[in-house]
Design a protein around this ligand. Sequence first.
Ligand code: SAH
Length: 392
Amino acid sequence: MTKVYLKKKIAPRIANGHPWVFGNEVDRIAGEVNAGDIVEVTYADGKFAGRGYINPKSQILVRLLTRNKQEFIDEQFIHNRILRAWQYRQKLGYTENCRLVFGEADELPALVIDKFNDYFVLQTLSLGMERWKDAIVRSLETIFSPKGIYERNDVPVRELEGLAQQKGFLSAPFDTNIIINENGLKFHVDIENGQKTGYFLDQQDNRRAIQHIVKGAEVLGAFTYTGTFEIHAAHYGAKSVLGLDISEQAVAQANRNAQLNGLDQVCRFEAMNAFDVLKQWGKDGRQYDVVMLDPPAFTKSREHIQKAVAGYKEINLRGMKMIRNGGFLVTSSCTNLVQPDLFLQTIDMAAKDARKKIRQVTFQAQAADHPIIWGMENTNYLKFLIVEVSDR
Ligand code: SAH
């Protein structure tokens, strides 16, 4: 097996458990380098570091799959890892829907699998993981006897690995419009054409966190996608709910979801640009009891962190200005480069500029089926904050 020798002076990152080996951390390679193959990684002193897959096309030269010298990477290994990920979710109480595999956090780098009851949507985001796609599918079949498996590999990040963007069935074809249950509500999920894997499972606990504050409230939700937070608000007793998203497709699905739950009298959705609307309606003096914001990631590159922060400040400031005295702001950020401290600072700045006083109600991350690994910052990506907003 090809051996990759690390430089003497490498960041302690790898020794501390981080699975990525960058090209500039490698001293030399003994043996052939075939993109996607399993290689052995060794510290400068000859000690075994782990086994993983290599891709010279990628900045991340090797992603480690195991640190155990006795463990070899084969179909059984992949199966064991997926089974272990499922057993972990079951321990945490998941039954129907969950992120079954969350990449690095489940020691299956660059693999994402969402379980929507009997349906599975997967993403293999690196060449090394793409190689195991058939094994992954066989493993899912063995463990779950699924009604369907679909790949949503239509993601630009695959191109950094020299992979094409593609989507399609990995099982016999099935109707990709499915209905899932969450927190006692039902939601249509469009596996084929929805965003990402079709549905954002990471907010499932956070959606319950709004239960008490929306009672009797007039609620505005922006960046609603298929309306999950808004439909929860209506279900929890909001007086009226308006949800906005720029995508016509998302808005149509959100309205269908409201109907599906018999909440379309309380909850409606419109296709609008939330940035423009927040600005204009603020000027018009529109007021709500609760404003909810859940925008898409604002940046994926370090260069643009400041711009992302400015974006968060802007929408949160405008949101706060529209909240009646003593109302609530429910705000999220999924930009992993904006770490929790920075997000909170940004909200603090927004409150100061909006001349509002805020009190923290809840601050949490994503649901436990997306485990956070300490030392792996990008696994700690979702910030979810509720604050009470009052006039100063
Ligand atoms: N709250 C949702 C997820 C939101 S994802 C849930 O829990 O399921 C972010 C959404 O923001 C996407 O649906 C995207 O279409 C929308 N979006 C992006 N730019 C927007 C804009 N300028 N105005 C309104 N919506 C926008």
